[in-house]
Design a protein around this ligand. Structure first.
Ligand SMILES: Cc1ncc(COP(=O)(O)O)c(C=O)c1O
Length: 401
């Protein structure tokens, strides 16, 4: 058989290295090695019982059919109320599109608005799917550097200098993966002013907006004047520990929601009916709010544990993030290249983490740890990293930068 020929666009598609590292970690486990998983961005908690129960009841009540492409009316209504409460921006059900995973919102936005050759500003380091999808649709991802020296907030003046005649869309992620960085109200207002001045459309990925420890989340979508030039991208995966349920949503201008409806008809048809109906329970039940508060409190204790632990290791400097379940320690002081250190930790120390450069070139010198794991395992992981760096063996194999 002749070799299969793939379309050129496939060469432009990236990946999430978390899945690649997870596969390697699982392979090592299958060989009998013990592994602490700090690579994957998924809460380790179970979905709250009341939400599971709502889905089971929905299934028994017949939620086994196609739904309207953008979602069941009453779920879009509940989502619109949720978005209005969370962002302060009055949002109607006609502005809501439900999708099987929030990445679809970005993909659909790019398909709907961006021409080949257009530029899209993306955070670097940032969630790798942003630049992957931008390249996939034939546009050019332009890195917006996110620096530790600026508490992992983008610098709005630098952002302004990166806007060109070809810039069409700006992707903003606060609270941010992989750094845990959070934008201030002043940052959001300055970004909104820039977007208006330069006629940019903004994708505001706020999927970590409920996993915040210090202060309140500021929604860029909620800033005055933004609703008409912004898509809010969010989903149930992180807040309610529902990654496997596959439900994301977007809030956006009605004309764009109509285009996304057509894109849904042409791709997934709709998100799963019972998953959609369970979202009402997630958004509106006090029991769900209590479950979220308990998960966030536990994440907060884990954050303190891992930040303090990492800062106690010679050569590592770890900024204390005020949101998400990620830390992004600087490892330059260890003398290790971050990719070699990631490999060394997984292969020799039984700790799966990601290199900062998996999130863009500005991630050089950093690692990302997800602390969605038990406090006992986090303690063990910190000890293993410290021991790995301290051993003569590690020194002997330490590659030069
Ligand atoms: C910043 C960010 N946005 C979006 C997503 C996608 O989440 P989902 O596809 O589960 O809605 C993730 C998942 O890791 C993420 O980190």
């Amino acid at each position: 058989m002749s070799e299969m020929r793939f379309a050129e666009r496939m060469s432009r598609l990236g990946t999430e290295s978390a899945f690649v590292v997870l596969a390697r970690a699982r392979q090592l486990e299958a060989e009998g090695r013990e592994m602490i998983h700090l690579e994957i961005g998924e809460p380790d908690f179970s979905t709250p019982d009341n939400i599971i129960e709502a889905a089971v009841q929905a299934l028994h009540a017949g939620a086994t059919h196609y739904t309207p492409a953008s979602g069941i009316r009453e779920v879009r209504e509940a989502t619109a109320r949720h978005v209005t409460r969370q962002t302060g921006s009055p949002t109607s059900p006609e502005q809501i599109v439900l999708v099987p995973g929030s990445k679809n919102i970005l993909h659909f936005l790019l398909l709907a608005l961006v021409e080949p050759g257009d530029e899209v500003l993306v955070p670097d380091p940032g969630y790798p799917i942003y630049s992957s999808l931008v390249s996939f649709v034939g546009a050019k991802p332009v890195s917006v550097p996110i620096r530790e020296a600026n508490q992992f907030r983008l610098d709005v003046e630098e952002l302004r200098s990166l806007v060109t005649e070809r810039t069409r869309v700006l992707v903003v992620n606060s609270p941010a993966n992989p750094t845990g960085g959070v934008l201030t109200r002043e940052d959001c207002e300055a970004i909104a002013t820039l977007a208006q001045e330069r006629d940019l459309f903004v994708l505001s990925d706020e999927i970590y907006s409920r996993i915040v420890y210090d202060g309140a989340h500021v929604s860029l979508y909620g800033i005055d004047g933004m609703a008409e030039r912004c898509v809010l991208m969010d989903g149930l995966s992180k807040t309610w520990a529902m990654c496997g349920w596959r439900l994301g949503f977007g809030a956006m201008p009605v004309e764009l929601a109509q285009r996304m409806d057509t894109l849904m008809i042409n791709t997934s048809s709709c998100a799963a009916a019972f998953t959609q109906l369970a979202a009402i329970e997630a958004f509106e039940s006090p029991e769900s709010d209590a479950a979220v508060a308990a998960m966030v409190a536990e994440f907060s204790a884990r954050r303190d544990l891992i930040v303090d632990g990492l800062n106690g290791i010679p050569g590592i400097r770890c900024h204390k993030p005020s949101a998400t379940f990620y830390v992004f320690p600087n490892v330059e002081g260890t003398g290790w290249d971050e990719r070699d250190l990631q490999r060394g930790l997984i292969e020799e120390a039984g700790v799966a983490a990601l290199s900062g450069t998996a999130f863009g070139s500005w991630g050089r010198g950093y690692l990302r740890f997800s602390y969605a794991n038990s406090q006992a395992n986090l303690r063990k992981a910190v000890d293993r990293v410290a021991a790995f760096l301290a051993t003569a063996h590690a020194q002997a194999v330490k590659p030069s930068r």
